[in-house]
Design a protein around this ligand. Sequence first.
Ligand SMILES: Nc1ncnc2c1ncn2[C@@H]1O[C@H](COP(=O)(O)OP(=O)(O)OP(=O)(O)O)[C@@H](O)[C@H]1O
Ligand SMILES: [Mg+2]
Length: 489
Amino acid sequence: MRLVSKLTLALFAVTCVLLAVDAWLRVEAELQFFRDDRALDHRRIGHALAHAAVGVRKSDGPAAAHKFIREANGREEELTITWLCDADSTEPLPPPVAACSELERLAPLSELTKIARDAHGTRRHFTFLPVVDGDARFGVIAVSEPTTDEERYAASVLRSSARSAVLTVVAFALVSFLLGVVLVGRPTGRLMQKARAVGRGEFDPPIRLRQRTRDELGALADEMNTMAAQLRDANERLTAESSARVDAIEQLRHADRLTTVGQLASGIAHELGTPLNVVELRASMIAAGDTDGPASREAARAIVDASDQMTRIIRQLMAFARRRTLERAAVDVSEVAGQVREMVAPLAAARGVSVVVRAPGVATADADGLELQQALTNLVMNAVQASPDGGEVEVDVAVVAQSASPPATSDATEWVRVRVRDDGQGIAPEHLAKVFDPFFTTKDVGQGTGLGLSIAYGIVQDHGGWTTVHSAPGEGTVFEIFVPTRPST
Ligand SMILES: Nc1ncnc2c1ncn2[C@@H]1O[C@H](COP(=O)(O)OP(=O)(O)OP(=O)(O)O)[C@@H](O)[C@H]1O
Ligand SMILES: [Mg+2]
């Protein structure tokens, strides 16, 4: 329920209770006043009649006095006067007159008013008066009247109280609702909008509440503006820092790629040797005029093939070395492994090491192909460098179903796993925990920067995956990377 509705309802309930209590007290007071007034009338009439009855009793006896009262009774419609009890009557008393001693045993009857039901069950207002002459007491008369008037009066007072109470409550509820909407509802609505906007990262413009008074909501709006400004500054700092960090990482990766290209260069230069020889030989044959028409065409074709081969090698190397922006796509990791093998093979061959790729089929990952190629190249280069002459580096690509391991951030359940295994010297246990640290290297100065593995680790982590290493001295080394598969669309 909204705050304004709650406040209105609470005020409504409190007002209702207060007005009900007030109406009840007013009705009570009015009724008391009504009863007192009526009792006064009863006493006036009763005393006059009692006085007259005493005179009759003295002159004509109790029976005549009782008769006098009965006759006086008949003159009034609503008002009833009854000789209730007689003090010293020696003659039999006509009902309902009884001996006072008997009645007063039950309740003192002189100068008393009360509301009770009569023999017919009608509620009446009774006033009891002693019939006295000096010190002599002759009995008690009761003056009574039905309470119908009183009830009618009470009902009319109640009605008018209820009418004014309802009007007051409605007016009060309306005013409190309108005030609630203007003073609380609208400002809190705007504060909520502002909070949502800040949550979405929209820090401007600052919120300005319409009322200029310095109340709590105004203070809250000021605090929110300050908070939004601080968040905006922090956000800008964070964006700048993270873009600087991304730039730094990209520069580092680029530098690492150039280093790799440098390391691969000698092998590639060797690789280019064969097609260059072909070009040179065939071109010299054509130039010397040693070839006739068909032979010239054959030589030209050989030159074209050799040039294609060289172009492919150089293009691959240039693509590997160039700067680029990251792009995730469906990448066949088996193909990437093949490209890596092709790039590293000349260097490996120069060291007497063979690189074998085992990829049973297409293994599609959600990845940046060139980044993945860089990570894999670093692993394969390390394996080649660690392998003995005549060794074999095995690159195994597979799709595996398993849950993620730390520090993976993807919640994928299916992964492309690339396992790079060599039968080299292995890694010493004390080095194993450090191999992924930037600048950790066991190679001689100028031989390695110590960045290769940390960059491979970072690239795999950027893809939401993870990297593992298993190695023991003399038993070779196995590196594994896991990147999420890409569901086929
Ligand atoms: N396959 C492996 N066999 C044995 N040791 C390895 C292997 N791969 C990595 N290492 C060890 O981990 C260290 C760190 O490797 P990393 O690739 O990060 O740097 P590097 O190879 O020394 O230098 P760079 O990669 O810049 O040429 C290596 O110096 C080496 O001691
Ligand atoms: Mg390395």
